[in-house]
Design a binder for this molecule. Structure first.
Ligand code: ZN
Length: 168
């Protein structure tokens, strides 16, 4: 298993300002994983979509580079999963609008969506989870259609994918 970030993804997120993102990770084999305060969870293989927002210094670029690199101390729940899973794509939308919870809801309505880790990344909100499991990489166009009414009209919805993102 490779957990090295794809250079294309790292380049793609450069320069992104504050905003909301979905980080897509592929887990090649099931594993039991300690996830901070959530305890040890059984994580099936497949694709995971994690929703977050970056409104602080460095914005989306700094946050996503950190996720892609998988380095640094364990701080967010996603940091633990990142140790075992490979980044395969990023969706992002710049702007100060608080979209992460709407996006989490939209992901949960997509075909194949599954809640593996309740409260993952959602310790401080009412969402069921901010981490959604899929049997295949979810479709960006469908997500955009579902979340579209709540997307800022003046900010592009970025879709970045690692070249081999579709391969199992
Ligand atoms: Zn939430």
């Amino acid at each position: 298993m490779t957990t090295h970030p794809d250079p294309a993804l790292e380049n793609a997120v450069n320069g992104l300002k504050n905003g909301t993102y979905v980080l897509h990770l592929r887990l090649d084999a099931p594993c039991r994983l300690p996830i901070g305060g959530l305890g040890t969870l059984s994580m099936p293989h497949g694709w995971y979509a994690y929703v977050g927002s970056a409104q602080g210094p460095g914005g989306l670029a700094a946050r996503l580079r950190r996720h892609l690199a998988g380095t640094g101390r364990m701080h967010w729940h996603i940091d633990y999963l990142r140790q075992k899973a490979t980044p395969v794509g990023v969706w992002a939308c710049e702007g100060a609008a608080l979209l992460e919870h709407v996006w989490a809801q939209a992901l949960l309505t997509m075909p194949g969506a599954g809640v593996i880790a309740p409260r993952f990344g959602a310790s401080d909100c009412r969402c069921a989870t901010h981490l959604v499991h899929f049997p295949a990489l979810p479709d960006a166009a469908l997500f955009r259609a579902l979340a579209g009414p709540r997307l800022p009209p003046d900010a592009p919805f970025h879709v970045f994918a690692a070249p081999a993102a579709g391969d199992g």
